[in-house]
Design a binder for this molecule. Structure first.
Ligand code: PPS
Length: 305
């Protein structure tokens, strides 16, 4: 769907940056509150596959990997539409007209569906647990995650104003940003994997050995990948391939929603970019908070390869 060519449906002037409102103690962009009951009543189907992440942890990357696995490594079949149309973002309210809300989009979609969410585990609509849906979770180290999120706030009109870097980092550490505490998110999803079919992956592992992680995903989906198909998927889900692909790089969204002249959606795609942004004191502070809040969880993040 070409949003720019439907000017009657989309009025950029009426588009205001979000403010945050808490739902059950977790801050979300304001429009979500109005759609909460509808979202919580979401009807998951047993063959749904849910991709869940904290924002900017590698969501689009794993989405494209899963889609390519499902389509046997055939990029043309995946490229029929932008990634956000192929996989509904379930908590997305109907703010980008003419796109429907994530719930409406998913309801109309035939099975098997692949769905996207950034919800913390305690706020996931109950039907996902009832239907025992498979879930793939990707976690990324806090330092690179927060830097990526900071840039995204500058380009996305759906997010609140980020403030300066120091303020944003403080808010991230305090969990006072959209989708809440990174620490709670990664930790509670990690714990959930012991009682539910959840494949928990790390961005850093995907970067280090994409073929190995793609194989894990295929196995989790119950599929076998011949070597030639695996090679295709590795190639087409590399950072530079996805950056050049209009169906994965979000260039199909109007700049009044996502202004990629400020910073591209596919920005760096590396482990360790945080070093360009953190002071030594900030790095030590985040290390301390990570050690304290993840203590005893068994979770270990790598901040460089
Ligand atoms: S969103 O808006 O939450 O769905 O964003 P998300 O896709 O989770 O995160 C965007 C960051 O992931 C990087 N990215 C990749 N890295 C490596 N390889 C591939 N293929 C890839 N695709 C996306 C993207 O560049 C963003 O990270 P930064 O650090 O900002 O570059």
């Amino acid at each position: 769907m070409d949003l720019e060519s439907r000017p009657g449906d989309f009025d950029p002037m009426s588009f205001k940056r979000a403010t945050l409102e808490e739902i059950e103690g977790v801050p979300f962009p304001h429009d979500l509150q109005k759609h909460w009951d509808l979202l919580q009543g979401f009807k998951a189907r047993p063959d749904d596959l849910l991709i869940c992440t904290y924002p900017k942890a590698g969501t689009t990357w794993i989405q494209q990997i899963v889609d390519m696995i499902q389509h046997g490594g055939d990029l043309e079949k995946c490229n029929h539409s932008p990634i956000y149309e192929r996989m509904p973002f379930i908590e997305m309210p109907p703010v980008i007209k003419p796109l429907p809300s994530g719930v409406e989009q998913a309801d109309k979609m035939p099975s098997p569906r692949i769905l996207k969410s950034h919800l913390p585990v305690q706020l996931l609509p109950p039907s996902f647990w009832e239907q025992k849906c498979k879930i793939i979770y990707v976690a990324r180290n806090a330092k690179d995650n927060v830097v990526s999120y900071y840039y995204f706030h500058h380009i996305s009109k759906l997010m609140p104003e980020p403030g300066n870097w120091d303020e944003f980092l403080e808010n991230f550490i305090a969990g006072k940003i959209a989708w809440g505490s990174w620490f709670d998110h990664v930790r509670y999803w990690w714990e959930a994997k012991d009682r539910h079919p959840i494949l928990y992956l790390f961005y850093e592992d995907m970067k280090e050995d994409p073929a190995k992680e793609i194989q894990k995903v295929a196995q989790f989906m119950g599929l076998e990948l011949p070597q030639s198909v695996l090679n295709q998927i590795v190639q087409h889900t590399r950072f530079d391939s996805m950056k050049a692909n209009p169906m994965t790089n979000y260039s199909t969204l109007p700049s009044s929603i996502l202004d990629q002249s400020v910073s591209p959606f596919m920005r760096k795609g590396i482990v360790g970019n945080w070093k360009e942004h953190f002071t030594v004191a900030q790095s030590e502070q985040l290390d301390d908070v990570c050690a304290r809040l993840l203590q005893g969880s068994g979770l270990n993040f790598r901040t460089q390869l």
